[in-house]
Design a protein around this ligand. Structure first.
Ligand code: MEV
Length: 442
């Protein structure tokens, strides 16, 4: 049996509550004051929040041909409780309503006891492709016979990882079948390595490159690609939650009606890949913003999520919803989660380090469980709206604020213009410009 993590982290008496009633009504300055008070941020960290978390000079050391930085809004997901611990969740995202919706759903889940999560150990898979192999069965036998030596070669590449308890754990040989008369089959060797709190791409790719020549020699063939798989199905996070039905009440809909609507929406996604894609997009609405805020590789997480969703040959939802024996709504999510709290971009990105400080997570596995909870909360928020009054009502109210800003509104005028736009129902730049002109010159 493999170790699985489920306790979020060591209990921390100083951990701030994630309930901050009225936070959205505060000015930016007052939100900062609240954050500084709760987390003892210093002036440099406050300045980081205002400066986008990354100076161009630092960016110049992260990627190539840098000409500047590109900012996105960073907001706080509130009300999150995972395995009994509170988390303030930094979310970096451009889509209005994502943060509010996730926070609102997390508050409903809180009433049902919060999110429960567990996760696999941080195992990454790296693949070595072998081709021109004369005899697949003999090659497989030869490779498996040298497993200990091959894993030791992998470990020798990462002495630091070994010291902290990680390293190569397993080796498997898979035969990929060819189809069609001129196709050649091939072998692929999977090496599974525990990467601890790193994402592990560099670690496992180095292992694969080191061991590939010996694998090819044992197989009496040639090696091709040596690269990790983003289908990180040995590094899966599982999150569940329960919501008391009365929490789901929505304009003119009883909690029970909304719960039934959510179950029906889940079944729809389970039966139809077209719907499953959008259902999963709603989950990624919560997942990606935290992955980005914490400096992790969101393209890898996306690739992992969708390949995992399609692993049985049909694209399926990453989370499903049912009613439990009490009639409460119960959600369950499972998805790969290769995220890190050390290494890579994190070293060079002060904003990402600050996000991790705000979150207060100690390990990559703990971070993954929180991210899974935010994904499940986002899914719940979307399905609740869809099952009741529809998504546009809430969306358009928030969209109105962006339109007001695009029309040139600033300060308190943003909310005034947005409110009037939303009341009128026609949320266009032209209307916003006209309203703004009237409010400026009554
Ligand atoms: C929009 O960003 C996300 C939704 O389409 C998700 C869903 O349909 O479940 C609302």
């Amino acid at each position: 049996m493999q170790e699985r993590s489920s306790s979020a982290s060591v209990a921390d008496a100083d951990r701030p509550s994630s309930r901050v009633p009225g936070f959205y009504r505060l000015s930016l300055d007052d939100r900062h004051r609240e954050l500084v008070r709760r987390l003892s941020l210093d002036e440099n960290e406050r300045a980081l929040l205002l400066g986008g978390g990354l100076q161009p000079a630092a960016a110049d050391h992260i990627v190539e041909n840098v000409i500047g930085t590109y900012a996105l809004p960073l907001g706080l997901g509130l009300n999150f409780q995972v395995n009994g611990q509170d988390y303030l969740v930094p979310m970096c995202v451009e889509e209005p309503s994502v943060i509010a919706a996730a926070s609102n759903a997390a508050r409903m889940v809180r009433e049902g006891g919060g999110f429960t999560a567990d996760a696999d150990p941080p195992l990454m898979i790296v693949q070595v492709q072998l081709y021109d192999v004369p005899d697949n069965a003999a090659a497989t036998q030869a490779i498996v016979a040298q497993k200990a030596e091959l894993l030791a070669t992998c470990d020798a590449q990462q002495p630091g990882l070994l010291k902290i308890g990680g390293g190569a754990r397993e080796l498997h040989v898979r035969e990929l079948e060819a189809s069609g008369p001129k196709q050649h089959g091939m072998l692929v060797v999977h090496i599974v390595a525990d990467c601890r709190d790193a994402m592990g791409a560099n670690m496992v790719n180095t292992m694969a490159e080191a061991v590939a020549p010996r694998l090819a020699a044992l197989a009496r063939g040639r090696f091709g690609l040596r690269i990790l798989s983003n289908l990180a199905d040995r590094r899966v996070v599982r999150v569940s939650c329960r919501v008391p039905t009365e929490m789901l009440v929505s304009d003119g809909f009883s909690g029970s009606e909304v719960a039934d609507g959510i179950v029906l929406a889940s079944r729809f996604a389970e039966l139809d890949p077209y719907r499953a894609a959008t259902h999963n997009k709603g989950i990624m609405n919560g997942v990606d913003p935290v992955v980005i805020a914490t400096g992790n590789d969101w393209r890898g997480i996306e690739a992992g999520a969708h390949s995992y969703a399609a692993r049985e040959g049909v694209y399926r939802p990453l989370a499903i919803w049912r009613r439990d024996e009490k009639g409460w709504l119960r959600g369950q999510l499972a998805m790969p989660m290769a995220v890190a709290t050390v290494g890579g971009t994190l070293r060079a990105h002060p904003g990402a380090r600050l996000s991790l400080k705000i979150l207060g997570v100690r390990t990559g596995t703990e971070l993954g469980m929180v991210i899974g909870a935010v994904g499940l909360a986002s899914n719940l928020a979307a399905l609740r709206a869809l099952a009741a009054e529809g998504i546009q009502h809430g969306h358009m109210a928030l969209h109105a604020r962006s339109v007001a800003v695009s029309a040139g509104a600033t300060g308190a005028l943003v909310d005034d213009v947005a409110a009037e736009l939303a009341r009128g129902g026609q949320i266009t730049i032209e209307n916003a410009t006209a309203i703004l002109a009237r409010l400026r010159n009554p």
